[in-house]
Design a protein around this ligand. Structure first.
Ligand code: ATP
Length: 455
């Protein structure tokens, strides 16, 4: 993790939020290469979800929604984590995570059950602060993850009647625009709505770099279908999503499914896709796939008074569709792809760090170098190639330092190809040297073939 964090900062991928004011826990900003990488992951997901399908539509709903949305969904009453504090160093911890480290699964357990388990550990003198080791810890209490604001309210007070929430997940917006999507695009079941957007959670302990943050982006699909189709469609989405990771370069061995045994009362299945993070030393959730029954649309129908049922022309029946959801964290996937790509090897006896990112996700696809900075004829030709390629790809021009240094810089940001213009380019063959990031192998390619080869 230390290596990743320092690379991410040094090379302009990810910065601590508000760093000059001392930083804010759980808040990060994305620099030039981080933005490009994140955009490429988002684009790959949207392509897979929308461009390559006939049955999924896009949406970009607002972060602020009618506050009743979150009462209907159960978030206002129930979206909380069990928190314990260290009285000695004021460290704040997730009680369920502490129990998990003792092999006790407290996922969704009531607070009384969690406290009973904690008491057993306390009696056995095993319960300690994860930061300072003190055993002077408070009992667990519920801590709401909802982030509040006072948008448009006549007073500053965040009282119940004034409060609006920053959405804790993006799917709320999909449920609220389900009817408009149906009425404007007239899809037949099964169909889905996909969206990528910000979500906010007042996470108790946000300490694992961008793995768990208080502001993040989710990529969510809500797939609406008939009840009788849920079982097979659930399997389909589980496998389709798993294969998306493999298709984007994540090795099969570093992925696995995790089945949730304790389910929300409306859910029939919940599995996570987990990735084996080197930086976090183990498998952790990157995406959740949930069969949510007809709970969401039923609740929003009930609370809004608007009929959200679907009329099936074939059977002439009216019913509330069921939902299969896939929900991935975009920032968490940035960490996963960086974690998987981070590689160290040795070139000519020197340590090299490089990011083995797949071409589609790499922030920069190729870098173009003149062999020598002080030879105008080389610089002009390299610039000409750079201008040609930038119309089609994100590319960089670099004439700073020796070629070896330029290679190292591009390796560190994961650029798959480096293209060098030398004297032969001008005098002999109109070719350039293309060097492969992963193998270091160089080959001669004609300038007019570059675009085709990169494609
Ligand atoms: P966790 O158990 O890790 O808190 P969750 O089960 O609450 O996650 P979901 O509500 O199912 O997560 O959200 C779906 C996805 O959104 C997660 O798989 C994860 O990738 C992402 N996600 C959730 N919370 C955060 C967060 N605080 N920071 C970054 N990504 C998050």
């Amino acid at each position: 993790m230390d290596n990743l964090v320092s690379l991410a900062k040094r090379r302009g991928f990810i910065f601590q939020g508000s760093e000059i004011y001392g930083g804010m826990p759980g808040i990060y900003d994305y620099g030039h290469y981080g933005t490009l990488l994140k955009d490429n992951i988002r684009a790959a997901w949207l392509k897979h979800m929308i461009q390559l399908r006939d049955d999924v539509y896009g949406l970009d709903s607002a972060i602020f929604m009618h506050p009743t949305t979150w009462v209907a969904s159960g978030h206002v009453g129930n979206f909380d984590d069990p928190q314990i504090d260290c009285r000695n160093c004021k460290n704040r911890m997730r009680a369920d995570h502490i129990l998990e480290s003792f092999g006790i699964n407290a996922d969704k357990a009531p607070i009384e059950v969690i406290n009973a388990e904690l008491d057993k550990l306390r009696a056995a003198k095993k319960l300690k602060c994860t930061n300072c080791g003190s055993s002077d810890l408070t009992p667990a209490r519920k801590f709401s993850l909802m982030v509040k604001s006072n948008l448009g309210s006549p007073t500053d007070a965040l009282t119940e009647e004034n409060v609006v929430y920053l959405r804790p997940e993006t799917c709320g917006g999909i449920y609220l625009q389900y009817k408009n999507t149906l009425d404007s695009l007239h899809p037949h079941l099964p169909f889905g709505i996909a969206q990528v957007g910000k979500a906010f959670r007042n996470e108790i302990s946000a300490r694992q770099f961008i793995f768990r943050t208080r502001e993040f982006e989710q990529m969510e699909l809500q797939y609406f279908l008939k009840k009788e189709d849920v079982e097979k469609t659930y399997e389909y989405w589980k496998n389709t999503r798993f294969e998306w990771y493999v298709a984007h370069g994540i090795s099969r061995e570093s992925l696995r499914f995790y089945k949730h045994e304790k389910l929300a009362h409306y859910a029939s299945q919940a599995w996570d896709i987990e990735y084996n993070f080197k930086s976090l030393e183990g498998f952790k959730e990157v995406e959740g796939i949930h069969a949510r029954g007809d709970w969401d649309l039923s609740q929003h129908s009930k609370f809004s008074g608007v009929d959200l049922s679907y009329f099936d022309e074939e059977t002439k029946q009216r019913f509330i569709p069921h939902i299969v959801e896939t929900s991935a964290g975009l920032n968490r996937l940035v960490l996963m792809f960086l974690d998987h790509a981070y590689t160290e090897d040795e070139v000519n006896g020197e340590k090299r760090v490089f990011l083995k990112l797949p071409f589609a996700l790499a922030p920069v696809k190729a870098a173009i170098f003149p062999l020598l900075k002080n030879k105008p004829v080389l610089v002009a030709k390299a610039r000409e190639i750079y201008e040609m390629l930038r119309e089609k790809f994100m590319v960089e021009f670099d004439d700073n330092g020796n070629i070896g240094k330029r290679y190292r810089r591009q390796d560190e940001i994961g650029t798959p190809y480096c293209i060098t213009v030398d004297f032969d380019t001008i005098e002999k063959d109109a070719g350039v040297t293309v060097r492969n990031r992963d193998t270091g192998v160089q080959e001669r390619v004609k300038i007019e073939e570059l675009v085709g080869r990169l494609k």
